[in-house]
Structures are given as C-alpha cells and as structure tokens.
Design a protein around this ligand. Structure first.
Ligand SMILES: [Zn+2]
Length: 73
C-alpha cells in the first residue's frame, strides 16, 4: 500500500490533492483529510485536522449549525 497522503498516493486527486482549505482559507495547501460535520464532508489540510482534533478549531459548517440552533431556541 502506498502512503495515502503523499507522493504517488495523491496523484489521482485533483491538483495532487491541493486546493483551498475551508477551515484556514489558505490556498494551494494539500487538503487530504476528510472531516464530517452535519452530514457534510469537508476536505481539510493536515494542520486543521490536528487543530480540530485538539478542539482549537472547528469546521465552518459546524459553527453555522450551532448558531442556527441558538437562534431557534
Ligand atoms: Zn486548513
């Protein structure tokens, strides 16, 4: 098995897995990690995946969902 997030493993992905990360808004970073929030899957970068795991960052969609909940109640 090839390394899933480097080299040959990401060749088949669009632009070698690069694009804009929806969390940190940086462009041309490798967005190789899928994170699910509210039924929507996000492709995020390595740094943000770690940050979300730590709880220092959250997905934009997850934040919106929270605000909607608060507004409704
Ligand atoms: Zn990011």
């Amino acid at each position: 098995m090839s390394k899933a997030h480097r080299g040959k493993g990401i060749r088949d992905q669009f632009a070698y897995g690069r694009g804009e990360c929806p969390v940190c808004k940086r462009n041309n970073v490798k967005i190789l990690y899928e994170q699910e929030a509210g039924g929507v899957k996000f492709k995020i970068c390595k740094t943000c995946r770690a940050a979300i795991k730590n709880g220092t960052k959250s997905l934009p969609q997850a934040e919106e969902a929270k605000t909607e909940e608060t507004a409704a109640s």
